[in-house]
Design a protein around this ligand. Sequence first.
Ligand code: DAH
Length: 339
Amino acid sequence: MIQQIQNLQIQVLAELPNLTNEEALIAYRNDILGKAGELTTILKWLKDLTPEERGTVGKAANETRDIITEAFEAERKRIKKDLIAKRLETEQEDVTVPFARERGSLHPITLVQREVEDTFIRMGFDIYDAMEMTTEYLNFDAVNVPKTHPARDMQDTFWLEGSGHVLATQTSCMQNLIMRNKSTPIRAIIPGRVFRNEDVDATHDNTFYQVEGIVIDKWIGIGHLKFTITTMLSDIFWKEVTIRMRPGYFPFVEPGVEVDFSCPFCDGVGCKICKHSGWIEFMGAGLIHPNVIREGWLDPEVYSGFAFGFGLNRLVMIRYGIPDMRYFMSPDVRFLKQF
Ligand code: DAH
C-alpha cells in the first residue's frame, strides 16, 4: 500500500508541469484530492488495516497528501505568473498613440452661482445651502404667507402627502431657520433648488434655482439693499449697472419692491435682450416684514433688515444669452459643452 501511495506521488509530481492552465490544474487536483479522488480513496482504506499498519501507512499517506497539496499550490502560482508575463508581453499598450479623452465641464448654473457667491463673500456674507424639502411652516407660515394665499394652492406646491412637508417652492423658506440659529448681525445668501407644479415652457420650469438674501441688523434700510444688488450685478456683468425699484407685493416684505437693472448689453438704449425697454426685470425684494422678524425670535423694534430672492436660471440666461430654460435640465452635451 505504501508503494501505491509513493507511486501516486511520483505520478502526480511528474504530471503537474504538463498542465498549462488553471482549469486543467483544478480538474486534476479534484481527481487526486477531491472527495472521490485517488488519494482520498486510499485514505479511506486505512480503517481496514491493523493498528500497526495504519500507523505507518497513515503517516506515509499524510506526508504524501501534504507534498501533493503543496505542489498543486506551487503549480497554481507558476501558471498565474506565466499568464501575467504572457499578457504583459502581448497586451502592451502603445502610449504614444494619440488619444482624445473628453473632459466634462461645469454646468452654467454652477458657474454663475459661484460668481454670485464670490461677490457676496467679498461683501461679508455667509453662504448657506437651501433645503430642497422643507415644512409647510417654514415655506409659508414663517414668512408671513397667510393660509389663504394662492401660492399655497395645490396647483403650485408639491405636497408630500400627509407629512406636513413640501418641496421648497422658494428659498425664502430658509429665512426663519437662519434668523433663529444665527446671531445678529446677519448677512447671508442662500442658493437652492426649488420646485413648483408649473407647466414647462421656454421661461418656466418645475425645477429651478433661486438665490435668497437676508441682511438683518439695527438700522437697515432700502439704501443697503440698493447698494448690495448694484454691486453684485456690476460684478457679474463686469460693468456699472444701475437698478430701479418699482412697488411690488410679497407677503414677507413691507415695503416690497420689484427690482430691474439697466440692460448691460445696450446700456439702456434698448435692444432685443431688454425688449427695447433698456431695463431687465430681475427680482423681488423689500424690507423684512415685522411679523417675519418676530417669527425669527428677533425684536422688530430693535432690528430691521432687507431680503431679496432672484431666479438664478434667469440670470444665467441673460448672462450667456440662453434662449430656453429647458436646456438647463437637458442632458444634451452639445449645450453643456459650450461652457
Ligand atoms: N420668494 C419670492 C419668490 O419666489 C422671491 C422673493 C421676493 C424673495 C421678495 C424675497 C423677497 O426675499 O423679499 O417669488
